[in-house]
Write a protein that binds this ligand. Structure first.
Ligand SMILES: Cc1ncc(COP(=O)(O)O)c(C=O)c1O
Length: 513
């Protein structure tokens, strides 16, 4: 993300009032700024700017004219308020000199921004100030090679919603109710509606969501210790941990080399009289072949559990993940497509009884205050995270569309014989949590991209069966899973990644040999 700049009140007024004599750059600075961001000003500056602008317009006798009104509405469209912190250190030299400047300084400091000002005294007292001429010079001479493309700019993703977040946090703070209150209830309703399910139960994280589903089936007498659950060998380890944590046995099945998801054709041979469920993982954001899975489940009377941690909103035959099996676990870990500002998770299901047991299990096993049906745990989504997730859920589909546009571009434009691109079943079925390519030269490619300013990650470097945590599996062979782990590389993709960055990634990959 490029540097951010907060405009001092004088710079905004120079622009609005065309004060050329005092600021020869009165037009140039705003023009440069608007190329990369809206005008950022601290909330407390707005009233002063408005007051001075309209006072000057009146003094000039221009209040009846259309131009000032048009200019003001242009300003309204292009301004973004950032928060003025309420903490004040009265001993600070700036606070003693000019309280308005001090508050601008605090507001800018909070988001690591610089301040553009032509006030020399302000610049003397704040190390983050920059003059208009310096700003113009710096912007003009910014070297292209300095561009860095992060794998995932979480700060930029969340900053899009800073105003709504502020409202959500203030609402929660003011409610005086911080656990299992209205925010969680509202979010659960909204997320169930989004997935198309009857129930959504907020929990503390994605791993707990899966653990609690299995635990609930045990409480209902459907699963028992030592029963088996089919699970992909190629997954993030949490899917498997949820099974072993419940003292059931994970039975690993190799993936389809094209989709990286569990290969349904290899499941039947692994089914025994102890098999109770198939836990599918919609890896990287693409839905598993659910028709085959549900057919098998029906044939052998198995439960189907979805691990939807990476696939919020993906669609399979007109239904979304979370609604494609008996129950589904979601993660709202910050880096997920629907990410909180901390841990969070949820279970979705259409099964009333299961939902009731999960809700109780996550709340000490209590269905009613101070009455405990089960030996439960404490695993709840908290009010603040729920309030933030309500905001982000509204934008999830449009964020997914941005991910799809980047993926489309990668798919159409990456042309390098060394590289295997992901296979997409159809556009709707993939939400591109990760855009994962494969190459025999993975480590070389990763280093080359890093040297060229492109950050990539590996999902995942060590397969679950080769982890020390499961040392009894270490001698087993899952060749497709192992090959995937040796060759995959995840390219930058996110709803805030712009076309220039995407094009640069493609150009660099196409030049790789
Ligand atoms: C496939 C998968 N399952 C489960 C989880 C666990 O989610 P959480 O980190 O919220 O516990 C994750 C994410 O980390 C995941 O990617």
């Amino acid at each position: 993300m490029a540097n951010q700049f907060v405009l001092d009140t004088n710079i905004v007024l120079d622009f609005l009032l065309a004060r050329q004599q005092v600021n020869p750059f009165y037009k140039d600075v705003p023009r440069f700024i608007l190329k990369q961001q809206p005008f950022l000003i601290a909330a407390h500056q707005l009233a002063t700017i408005e007051y001075v602008f309209f006072r000057e317009i009146k003094l000039l006798g221009l209040e009846q004219r259309d131009e000032p009104k048009k200019l003001w509405s242009l300003f309204q469209k292009n301004v973004q308020l950032i928060k003025t912190p309420t903490f004040i250190d009265w001993e600070h030299p700036l606070a003693q000199h000019d309280i308005e400047d001090y508050q601008i300084h605090l507001a800018a400091e909070r988001i690591n921004a610089k301040i553009i000002t032509r006030d020399i005294n302000f610049a003397d007292l704040s190390s983050i100030c920059i003059s208009p001429i310096h700003f113009i010079q710096q912007s003009a001479s910014l070297p292209q090679s300095a561009i860095h493309i992060p794998f995932l700019d979480l700060k930029a993703i969340n900053n899009q919603y800073s105003t709504e977040f502020e409202q959500a946090i203030d609402r929660t703070l003011n409610s005086g109710w911080y656990i299992l209150g209205n925010e969680v209830k509202q979010f659960e309703q909204a997320f169930a509606h989004f997935c198309g399910t009857k129930h959504c139960i907020g929990v503390a994280n994605g791993l707990d969501a899966l653990i609690l589903i299995i635990r609930a089936y045990k409480e209902l007498g459907i699963f028992q210790d030592g029963d088996e659950i089919i699970v992909p060998a190629n997954t993030y380890i949490a899917s498997i941990l949820a099974i072993s944590e419940n003292r059931l046995t994970p039975v690993l099945v190799e993936p389809d080399i094209n989709t990286y998801n569990i290969n349904p054709a290899l499941i039947e041979e692994k089914i025994t009289d102890k098999t109770r469920a198939i836990l599918v993982v919609h890896l990287y954001g693409q839905v598993t072949a659910m028709t085959e899975i549900n057919t098998l489940a029906k044939k052998y009377n198995l439960k189907v559990i979805e691990d939807s941690a990476q696939a919020h909103g993906a669609v399979y035959q007109d239904k979304r993940t979370g609604n494609l099996g008996d129950a589904s676990g979601f993660s709202f870990y910050p880096g997920k497509n629907l990410g909180a500002l901390g841990d969070g998770g949820a279970v979705t299901t259409n099964d009333d009884q299961l939902a009731g047991v999960i809700r109780a299990l996550g709340n000490y096993g209590s269905h009613k205050k101070y009455e405990n049906l089960y030996q439960g745990i404490n695993s709840r989504l908290d009010e603040i995270q729920a309030a933030l997730l309500i905001v982000k859920l509204k934008f999830l589909d449009s964020e997914t569309e941005k991910r799809r546009e980047i993926a489309d571009y990668y798919l159409q434009n990456i042309k390098n014989n060394e590289i295997v691109l992901p296979t997409v079943i159809n556009r709707e079925s993939h939400v591109w949590h990760l855009f994962v390519i494969r190459t025999q030269e993975r480590d070389k490619l990763q280093k080359y991209l890093s040297d060229n300013g492109v950050q990539t990650l590996i999902h995942y470097p060590i397969p679950p069966h080769q982890q020390r945590a499961y040392n009894h599996w270490n001698d087993l062979n899952y060749p497709i899973t192992e090959l995937i782990h040796q060759q995959v590389l995840s390219l930058p993709i996110s709803p805030v990644q712009d076309m220039t960055a995407t094009q640069k990634v493609v150009a660099k990959i196409n030049d790789f040999n």
